[in-house]
Design a protein around this ligand. Structure first.
Ligand code: FAD
Length: 546
């Protein structure tokens, strides 16, 4: 017998992106069912993403979990340096890219900073926050077998992996957050364009006080280098005892049985005498792919289901969290009927170019690891070796600088869709390493520390937010009335703060629920002008006169 479960949104995949989307929807009052084919959530193996960038942390702040992430036990005073060397114990130093600890980072551009938080800590925090809302029904282990779109809804066939029973879940919308091999994407027939770069093996190990065994001091990452370039890196997962070795550059997927884990680890460390516990090894594919569209009918894709990237740069998970933040409010608008027909398509138009750019940047970093400088002489002896290593270290630090500092990627991304009303002002340059604040429509609404101690970012979230930097004006009333007439959730914040006024540059700024500026201006053109603004930002330009 088929049970039928009904929900607004069915999310396939309870990885970080599926959980984040469920949480975002719940914060907007939208119910979802989340299914995942694993028994429990993300575990230690295979430790994947470790760094939440400042934008992800801003989004987590809006969801109310940023403090919990920071309190989760990863020390904030740990140096984030990358050390380039030939091996750890008794190896030669090649160079170093220093990065300050998290607690020493400035907060002038954001109320948050990047955070170290491996997925085995992050995903359970998301899961607990999502299920606590009471609006998220998380079911595992359950697998999406197939779905049909008919009569204005989705009927999904779901297998319970404990008893083999099949259920039908009926939903208004289906979102594939089911990772790189996405069943949803395949069944929708959406091509996944791109290429495999190569394969790696990650080995997770527990090593107590690693710094006691070598001379390079504490660092987040060690890159092991010889004449052929970088062949392994060792990254701290939690700034304590969990470490991940990544052996890279395999043309074919490595067979685990043929891989001598102990010998590989010993060669990277440069010794077999460092006490450690190997927890497991996982081969994985490095690729740069993107779904040709993120949306088709009632089906959407987000996270790795929509795009894959080399982890060099740490943009994979963070790009997926950005997808969830934008898709969340668009879906809330569709479910509640206030979003117009252009909203769904805008999701691809806004998010896909970001993924393409981030994965292009990440592949470029990876190529620099392998061949970005002339590695000849890396292991040579004597004075020649010494000077070659110094040269390699200097050159690597230069070519990789935008991998270690990428605030332009995290905060500077911009949207160009029909949901954004361009004001013709000049956009700051799209530089991956540095971010220039702007309130130009399509950009992240910038952080300004208000005189009352709050960040402007703390004003956004539930629905649209109209910032008014002047006395209550007639225009505010016109926009509020236009929003109310169309069911668009919008609140008004009057801001009496010269710093914020000059950063935002206009009297009125309309910020979307995902914290991006939708429109700004000094006035609106009467009731019909206000209606035009509200219709554009909700994806109903074409319905303007309906
Ligand atoms: C070695 C490594 C290092 C990385 N480092 C970083 C980093 O530093 N920073 C960063 O931002 N990113 C990093 N990433 C990338 C990051 O891990 C991924 O981008 C992220 O996990 C994607 O999340 P997701 O929720 O989209 O997909 P996933 O985490 O893949 O989750 C998908 C879920 O869907 C489930 N599922 C699949 N099919 C079905 C089905 N048919 N039915 C039900 N459930 C299904 C899966 O079991 C899984 O639980 C790294 C990745 C790797 C491999």
């Amino acid at each position: 017998v088929n049970d039928i479960i009904e929900t607004s949104v069915l999310i396939v995949g309870a990885g970080p992106v599926g959980l984040a989307l469920a949480l975002d929807l719940a914060r907007r009052g939208v119910r979802s069912v989340v299914i995942d084919d694993t028994e429990v959530g993300t575990e230690l193996l295979p430790a994947k993403a470790g760094v939440l960038n400042d934008r992800t942390m801003e989004i987590c702040r809006r969801w109310g979990i940023a403090d919990e992430i920071r309190a989760a036990g990863v020390p904030a005073d740990y140096p984030r340096d990358t050390v380039y060397c030939t091996a750890l114990v008794g190896g030669e130093l090649i160079g170093r890219s220093p990065l300050p600890p998290i607690n020493a980072l400035p907060r002038d551009l954001s109320p948050e900073t990047t955070a170290k938080c491996p997925q085995f800590i992050f995903d359970p925090i998301l899961e607990a926050a999502a299920t606590k809302t009471g609006l998220v029904d998380l079911r595992r282990p359950q697998r999406l077998v197939a779905y049909r779109e008919q009569d204005g809804s989705i009927a999904a066939e779901v297998a319970d992996l404990t008893d083999g029973r099949t259920e039908t879940i009926s939903a208004m919308y289906l979102v594939g957050c089911d990772g790189a091999a996405s069943t949803v994407r395949r069944q929708a027939g959406i091509p996944f364009d791109g290429a495999t770069l190569d394969y790696s093996i990650s080995v997770i190990a527990e090593i107590e006080s690693l710094e006691k065994h070598h001379a390079f001091g504490r660092a987040e990452r060690f890159m092991f280098i010889d004449e052929r370039g970088t062949w392994c890196n060792l990254t701290s997962m939690d700034y304590q005892n969990y470490w991940r070795f990544t052996f890279l550059g395999y043309a074919e997927k490595p067979v685990l049985d043929e891989f001598d884990t102990e010998a590989a680890v010993a060669s990277a460390i440069g010794s077999s005498n460092v006490p450690l516990r190997i927890l497991g090894a996982v081969p994985w594919r490095r690729s740069e792919c993107a779904a040709r569209t993120y949306h088709q009918g009632r089906v959407f894709l987000a996270g790795d289901a929509a795009h894959t990237t080399s982890p060099t740069g740490g943009h994979g998970l963070n790009t997926g969290i950005g997808d969830a933040a934008t898709l969340g409010w668009i879906l809330a608008g569709l479910v509640n009927g206030w979003a117009g027909p252009e909203a769904a398509a805008a999701y691809t138009i806004e998010r896909r170019p970001i993924a393409l750019q981030n994965s292009r940047i990440s592949s470029a970093h990876y190529r620099n690891w392998l061949a970005g400088v002339d590695f000849r002489g890396a292991t040579a002896s004597g004075a020649t070796g010494q000077s070659e290593r110094e040269r390699i270290g200097r050159e690597l630090a230069t070519v990789l600088s935008s991998q270690w500092s990428s605030q332009g990627v995290s905060l500077g991304y911009r949207y160009d869709s029909t949901l954004v009303i361009d004001d013709g002002s000049v956009a700051p340059s799209d530089d991956p390493s540095s971010y220039t604040p702007t309130a130009k429509p399509g950009h992240r609404a910038p952080h300004v520390l208000l005189r009352d101690g709050r960040s402007t970012l703390d004003l956004f979230g539930a629905g649209f937010t109209l910032l008014s930097f002047d006395e209550p004006a007639e225009d505010v009333g016109l926009l509020t009335a236009a929003a109310a007439e169309r069911g668009l959730p919008m609140s008004v914040e009057y801001i009496d703060d010269p710093g914020a006024r000059s950063r935002y540059e206009r009297r009125l700024v309309l910020v979307r629920p995902d914290g991006m500026v939708a429109w700004r201006g000094d006035r609106v053109d009467g009731a019909s002008g206000a209606g035009r603004v509200v219709d554009a930002v909700r994806g109903a330009r074409s319905q303007r006169h309906a």
